[in-house]
Design a protein around this ligand. Sequence first.
Ligand SMILES: Nc1ncnc2c1ncn2[C@@H]1O[C@H](COP(=O)(O)OP(=O)(O)OP(=O)(O)O)[C@@H](O)[C@H]1O
Ligand SMILES: [Mg+2]
Length: 612
Amino acid sequence: MSLNNYYEEEDFEQQTRLNRNVLRRIISLARPHWRWVLGFLVLVTASTLFDSYFTYLSKRILDEGIIQQNTPVVIKLLTIYGGLIVIQASCVFGFIYLVGVLGERIRYDLRQQMFIHLQELSLSYYSRTPVGWIMARVTSDTERVAELITWGTLDATWGAMSLITSMIFMLIINWKLALIVFATLPILVYIGIEFRKRILSQFRMVRKLNSKITASFNENITGVRVVKALVRERENMREFSQLTGDMYATAFRAAWLSALFLPVVQLISALAVAIVLYLSGIQVNSGGMSVGGIHAFVSYITFMMWPIQDLARVFAEMQHAIASAERIFSLIDSHPDVADRSGAYDPGSIRGDIEFDHVTFYYDSDPPVLENFNLEVRRGETIALVGPTGGGKTTIVNLLCRFYEPKRGSIRIGGRDYRDFSLHSIQSRIGVVLQTPHLFSGTIRENLRYGRLNATDEEIETAAKLVGAHEFIMRFEKGYDEQVGEGGNLLSVGQKQLISLARAVLAKPEIFVMDEATSSVDTLTEALIQKGIAVLLKDCTSFIIAHRLSTIKRADRILVIENGKIAEMGTHADLLRQRGKYYQLYTRQFRHQMEQTLGAFDELSGMQPLSS
Ligand SMILES: Nc1ncnc2c1ncn2[C@@H]1O[C@H](COP(=O)(O)OP(=O)(O)OP(=O)(O)O)[C@@H](O)[C@H]1O
Ligand SMILES: [Mg+2]
């Protein structure tokens, strides 16, 4: 799936059908914390009730106290007013506190769930899903869902309660006038909904464009070296300014509509107030409506209009949050492609012969990368895989490590289908070193210990010496306690390869896989590694992929893999004798190396290279 498709998935309108289910799941997120939810709902309701009652109280202070010039009543009512304000303030303190705590708990729950699930997902998920997409789920989506459950619920409760209590008090003060005001409500709701539709569709466009801009930024920054190397700056700039131009125009329309909405609502409220003032003015003259009553009525109208004005915003935020929740749930619900079968067990060891039996495998869709692939490897053998790019070497070891499973056929270890074993029992006994080694931020020592947490310092040093990493580590000021930086980027690629090699050695694997693991170290270091890991390889069944053929000369068997098939197989000497593909590859590399060496030699002596 392309990056763009992913971002278009953010279009929530198409998914609103699922809303009810999602809503139910969102509520279930809050369920474990129901005491906190109940607590803040009670407190919010109480403070809204107080708010409405204060307006009613001021009406009484005005009518019964001030206008009648009755000081004891004024003092009595003011005392009540003061007392209630203190209580209300405590309610406000309480619900803000509870909402804060509740939000944090929900964020914690969601992140925890996602993190655990992400660890379980198979590699195929990660090759399908952009990292940015996953990061957005963990960060901004989690935030939005937590906001919905806390401030969203709070806003909604507050709004509903303001509306209801204002209506009740208005009916108490003057029911006829109240009914006239209520008649304007449907108009307001209608206008609110119409505006919402239009504003939302603009904002949706803005968000889509925004995602595209973010993606473009992301790609250009992570790929900055390539951009510069290929002099793509001008081209990229043009694409980017097109995107930002569209974004500007859409955001402009959205802003215009949003700006128009509030004045329209205010105009209608003002109209309602005018009607009330006019009619009650007539009624005051006829003794039907007190001054305090009019004052309270006008206040209640604003109380009532506020939630309706806000309806559009709250609704839009709810939609956003529901869309966020859907994406989070889609992440949590995605099943790992590779998982333990029922009854999977730990065999205690995975030493034994390995057999690929008519294995057919493709990644996302046909055509298959491997078709009816057969290979038998004896316990302890060192197998080298060579051949052209895209031939299927990495795929073979991916299957062996059970990062993926065969679509048809089976892989047997010690005579048993490896799907009978638990994933952990296999993967914890396979040491894998990749071409692009990944280190975690921390010290060299911490990185080495990653695969075996209880390794002693001596064991760590022994492993580092075995692969020839000890020397360069000791050259660092802090030695093994030197920080490697994020992703290990304070080290050279070759140094990272050596550390990840030592890390794998330390974990005492039973099967050892090296995929271009030493491609970035110099030939001298590589020779040292060869000697070092020869000891390790003696006890292990191992698979070594290398483009540099000098690396694999000593392998028990060399396989030339081409288009997912074994094109040639044999020892180095056998294959050279056959004068086939391996022979060609080898002689070409050998000649190339000789030319380089001679070229360097000629430059040193100031002569033209012989081979030009
Ligand atoms: N994650 C993936 N998703 C889809 N297709 C993939 C994936 N990884 C590899 N392929 C495809 O599978 C085929 C074999 O790739 P593989 O990585 O096994 O080749 P390789 O022999 O290791 O090549 P190289 O020497 O360049 O590392 C290629 O055609 C490639 O396009
Ligand atoms: Mg490869």
